[in-house]
Design a protein around this ligand. Structure first.
Ligand SMILES: CC(C)(COP(=O)(O)OP(=O)(O)OC[C@H]1O[C@@H](n2cnc3c(N)ncnc32)[C@H](O)[C@@H]1OP(=O)(O)O)[C@@H](O)C(=O)NCCC(=O)NCCS
Length: 178
């Protein structure tokens, strides 16, 4: 198996959505609508096409995974700081636990850094994301706009110090809640 990570193209959209649906199909916590969330984000102004990436298996040229980073804000009484949400990341069940999720995340973070973005926020598995440098968002005084376990709401500075004065509540765009 040889995996390539590349930008998602318009022609990939339908297939990518099928991959996302499949990846979440058996998960209890999932609303099984993550593929619809991605479709809505793609049509909105928070979408960054360069930060929607797919993993393809060179052997059969199939898409087997996907990741999306899109624009969010961290807001307090005095300021609004631009950040990115990592949501969702998906790998087909048959391809999981082979390092593809890790490749997708590393590439997306690298690209986000290259494009000059400052930070990334994720709501996810507290055992999975720290290896990429994510820490509890509450360490910077950053909180979610809904109830979440403290350790599952995490943030990452793409450049050192970019979250130092960013305490506030994350504001997700309305497309996240449709
Ligand atoms: C989570 C996911 C993207 C990881 O991708 P992957 O290619 O399977 O992951 P990798 O091979 O890079 O890494 C495997 C590691 O992830 C861990 N992992 C996988 N799913 C996990 C989960 N639900 N909770 C905690 N850890 C998990 C494995 O235990 C393994 O840990 P290790 O490296 O310490 O052995 C993939 O399993 C997936 O699509 N899951 C369903 C959708 C989902 O839960 N997405 C994340 C929430 S947005």
């Amino acid at each position: 198996m040889s995996i390539t990570i590349r930008k998602e193209l318009l022609d990939d959209y339908k297939l990518t959505e099928r991959i996302i649906k499949n990846a979440f199909a058996n998960l209890e916590f999932s609303d099984k609508k993550e593929h619809e969330l991605v479709a809505r984000i793609r049509k909105s102004d928070v979408f960054i096409p360069e930060l929607s990436l797919v993993a393809t298996d060179k052997d059969n040229n199939e898409i087997v995974g996907h990741i999306l980073l899109s624009k969010i804000k961290i807001i307090n009484d005095n300021q609004s700081v631009e950040s990115l949400a990592l949501a969702p990341v998906s790998v087909l069940p048959n391809y999981q636990n082979k390092g593809i999720g890790e490749q997708l995340i590393l590439e997306a973070l690298q690209k986000a850094k290259e494009f000059g973005y400052h930070s990334v926020v994720v709501l996810g598995h507290p055992q999975y994301y720290p290896k990429f440098g994510f820490k509890k968002a509450s360490l910077w005084g950053i909180t979610a706009p809904f109830e979440v376990p403290d350790e599952a709401f995490m943030a990452l500075e793409l450049r050192q110090g970019t979250l130092d004065n960013a305490s506030g509540v994350v504001e997700y765009p309305s497309v996240f809640f449709d």
